[in-house]
Design a protein around this ligand. Structure first.
Ligand SMILES: CC(C)(COP(=O)(O)OP(=O)(O)OC[C@H]1O[C@@H](n2cnc3c(N)ncnc32)[C@H](O)[C@@H]1OP(=O)(O)O)[C@@H](O)C(=O)NCCC(=O)NCCS
Length: 190
């Protein structure tokens, strides 16, 4: 078992890993998330590859809050020693052909993902967040999901490595999501 897995202590929707505290995202996190996704190195393999404008980030946070309110899961904000580390995502995926910002059009499959602050890359944080979110989402303390999927840009080798480290199985390339070619991973029954 990877050292980043470790035991996850859980108080409702607050998760404690070896180095991080995770909690549901809030609208007041907008400055940190906008700075994260405004970094071209972070956005390189996301969506259209361009830094994400603040208005789009705000819409994403609104959708994330709706998920928490209506379905009891959604994006997590992760911090270590009070310092923002990144986001652990749990959202319905956007199939090709829909407007990805339209929450009601997304799904039904639930996607796991992670965005880590550039200064914190290479320290196992995505793996630590991914393990905690996956275990919570599929375990007795969370929403009890029985299947998760993830997609990455074909060139996003670091993300693919993280998905393998958290135990997800590579399915192959697909054009089914986000209007582009991605590599699909899954966890749970196909
Ligand atoms: C991809 C990302 C999440 C990785 O975060 P991280 O905290 O650095 O990841 P970890 O340290 O947990 O693990 C990274 C793994 O990828 C490996 N890796 C890093 N760069 C790599 C590369 N170019 N090629 C192959 N493997 C690579 C690391 O060696 C490590 O594997 P190891 O533990 O076996 O050595 C981070 O770079 C990020 O946020 N990128 C921008 C957003 C993004 O692309 N998110 C994923 C969307 S699908």
């Amino acid at each position: 078992m990877a050292p980043e897995r470790g035991p996850v202590r859980c108080r409702g929707m607050h998760l404690q890993t070896r180095r991080l505290q995770l909690r549901p995202i809030e609208m007041t996190d907008i400055d940190e998330v906008a700075a994260l996704l405004g970094n071209p190195e972070v956005s390189r393999y996301l969506g259209d590859g361009q830094p994400r404008p603040r208005e789009r980030v705000e819409l994403g946070l609104r959708n994330g809050r709706r998920m928490w309110n209506e379905r009891g899961f959604g994006p997590f904000y992760a911090a270590g020693d009070s310092c923002f580390i990144g986001i652990g995502l749990l959202m319905p995926i956007a199939h090709t052909g829909i407007d990805a910002t339209d929450l009601d059009a997304r799904g039904p499959e639930i996607e796991i993902g992670y965005w880590i602050a550039r200064s914190a890359w290479g320290q196992g944080f995505a793996t630590e967040i991914g393990n905690a979110v996956l275990d919570w989402a599929m375990g007795p303390d969370g929403p009890g999901l029985d299947r998760l999927i993830a997609v990455t840009h074909p060139d996003n080798a670091a993300s693919q490595r993280v998905l393998e480290k958290i135990g997800m199985a590579r399915v192959g390339e697909t054009d089914a999501y986000y209007g582009s070619t991605t590599v699909l991973y899954e966890y749970g029954p196909a």
